[in-house]
Design a protein around this ligand. Structure first.
Ligand SMILES: [Fe+2]
Ligand SMILES: [Fe+2]
Length: 240
């Protein structure tokens, strides 16, 4: 149940990077989240190398989670060319895996895409020159368009966007500046700002900053497991 009328408590975390040795278990964390929150949102890099075994370990840990789970995949989940298997395992575990879709939970619309690289602001990579560069920019634009199409599906008054890549530069600050262009794309924020969005969560930038805003004012949270959250938890607890 929501803590106060209308507020949905969302526990958000990214970059679990579950390895197939099973050395780290998230069972107790998912148990705690089930007591503290109404929804668990996972923002990609759920597995370390995109292996079936890693996804199975996550599915096993998620048995301890009694609240709905919404998720997007991250770049690491694609590494082993087994992404369809990874998706299948997570969907069978009850995860609402979003990849250009929206889903509604207790009056809040959740929209998810992975996003892509490309950089931020005036230094964003442009579609010029070699086909390989143009293909890279096209992928970035395509993810923003898929986000837009998913946003149009939302009927709820409140919307939360789940990404893996960052939509703004503020939440990647702390990473080496040389790799900023590989941590996200402003094209995602441009799309978000055409809609009313209560919160955006992402991961990927393990050494980034917790909080930022899109140019249009939507709050952005980098919920990578490695990032310190305000209350000392490994996950963010958002009230939307
Ligand atoms: Fe990661
Ligand atoms: Fe990542």
């Amino acid at each position: 149940m929501a803590e106060k009328e209308g507020a949905l408590r969302i526990a958000a975390i990214a970059d679990l990077h579950i390895k197939e040795d099973g050395a780290v278990s998230y069972k107790s964390l998912f148990g705690e989240i089930s007591r503290e929150a109404d929804v668990l949102a996972l923002a990609g890099d759920l597995t370390d190398l995109g292996k079936l075994k890693e996804a199975e370990l996550l599915a096993e840990d998620l048995k301890a989670c009694t609240v709905p789970v919404v998720a997007v995949l991250g770049n690491h989940d694609y590494e082993s060319d087994a992404v369809d298997d990874v998706r299948g395992v997570l969907r069978r575990a009850g995860v609402r895996l979003l990849d250009g879709q929206a889903t509604e939970i207790d009056g809040v619309g959740f929209v998810g895409v992975k996003g892509f690289v490309g950089g931020f602001g005036k230094t964003m990579l442009g579609s010029f020159g070699e086909p390989a560069i143009k293909a890279m920019v096209a992928e970035s634009v395509n993810e923003a368009m898929r986000l837009e199409n998913a946003m149009r599906q939302v009927r709820a008054q409140r919307a939360v966007v789940i990404l893996h890549y960052a939509p703004v530069i503020e939440t990647v600050v702390g990473e080496p500046p040389e790799i900023f262009p590989f941590l996200g794309s402003s094209r995602l924020a441009e799309t978000i700002d055409r809609f009313r969005v209560s919160a955006v969560i992402h991961g990927h930038a393990h050494r980034g900053a917790y909080q930022g805003r899109t140019p249009g004012g939507a709050p952005v949270y980098n919920v990578a497991r490695h990032i310190a959250k305000p209350d000392g938890r490994p996950y963010a607890l958002l009230r939307i």
